[in-house]
Design a protein around this ligand. Structure first.
Ligand SMILES: Nc1nc2c(c(=O)[nH]1)N[C@H]1C(S)=C(S)[C@@H](COP(=O)(O)O)O[C@H]1N2
Ligand SMILES: [Mo]
Length: 204
C-alpha cells in the first residue's frame, strides 16, 4: 500500500518494484545536501592525493585521474535524512582503478576521504573495493553539477549518502577506523542503509 506524505511516498518498493531500505521515502527529485558552501574548483588546479599507509604517496591532476579508467554505474542513493533517489546513472573512474596506483601496506583497512572545503568521511577499504564504487564526474548523462559535487565526487551506493563525499581531493589509508565529519557528530561508522545504520551508539 502506498501512503502519500507530501511530495514523498512512503514505500517498501518503488513504482518500478525496486526495494527501498527501511525507513526511507522515494523521491524523484535530486535534493542537495551540503554542510557549508559549495566550493568552486578549477580543473587546472584540481588535484587528488593518495596518502597514509601506501608504499609511496601519489598526487594526480585532472587529466591523469580521468585517464585511469571509466565505468558507468546505475545505482540507488539513500540519504540518512530519509530520501532515496532510486535511479541514478553515474559515470566516472572506478575506485579500484585509482587504488591500483599504490600498494597499500598490509595493515591498511580503512580510508579517510578528503574534500575541498574540509569535509571528510571514513569508509572501510573493503567496502570501497566493491565494483559499484566510483569517483563520478557525470550524473544522468550530464556533467556533475557543482552543488552535487562537481567536478568529482565519490559514490558508494551501498552506504548512506554522507559517505558519497562531494568535491573529493584525496584519500588517506589507515590501520584503525577514525570518524569523519558526520561520524564525529554521531553518524554511524559504517552506514549501511539496509541495516539502518544511521547513528552510532558508542555504548550500545
Ligand atoms: N564534501 C561534502 N560531501 C558531502 C556532503 C557535504 O556536506 N560535503 N553531504 C553528504 C550528504 S549528507 C549527502 S546525503 C550527499 C548528498 O549528495 P547530493 O547533494 O548530491 O544529493 O552528499 C554527501 N557528501
Ligand atoms: Mo545525507
Amino acid at each position: 500500500m502506498l501512503k502519500k506524505l507530501g511530495r514523498l511516498t512512503r514505500v517498501t518498493q518503488d513504482q518500478e518494484g525496486l526495494e527501498v531500505p527501511p525507513g526511507q521515502y522515494v523521491t524523484e527529485k535530486f535534493p542537495v545536501l551540503t554542510f557549508g558552501p559549495t566550493p568552486r574548483i578549477d580543473l587546472d588546479e584540481w588535484q587528488f592525493t593518495i596518502s597514509g599507509l601506501v608504499d609511496s604517496e601519489v598526487a594526480l591532476g585532472w587529466d591523469e585521474f580521468i585517464a585511469l579508467g571509466k565505468a558507468t554505474v546505475d545505482a540507488e542513493f539513500h540519504c540518512v535524512t530519509q530520501w532515496s533517489r532510486m535511479e541514478n546513472r553515474w559515470e566516472g573512474v572506478p575506485f579500484e582503478d585509482v587504488l591500483r596506483l599504490v600498494t597499500p601496506k598490509p595493515d591498511a583497512r580503512f580510508v579517510m576521504v578528503h574534500c575541498y572545503g574540509g569535509y571528510t568521511t571514513n569508509v572501510a577499504l573493503e567496502a570501497l573495493r566493491d565494483s559499484d564504487v566510483l569517483f563520478a564526474y557525470r550524473h544522468d548523462g550530464e556533467p556533475l553539477a557543482p552543488e552535487h559535487g562537481g567536478p568529482m565526487r565519490l559514490v558508494v551506493p551501498k552506504r548512506y549518502g554522507w559517505k558519497s563525499a562531494k568535491w573529493v581531493n584525496g584519500m588517506s589509508l589507515m590501520a584503525e577506523d577514525a570518524p569523519g565529519f558526520w561520524e564525529q557528530r554521531g553518524y554511524h561508522m559504517e552506514g549501511d542503509p539496509w541495516k539502518e545504520q544511521r547513528f552510532w551508539d558508542r555504548f550500545g
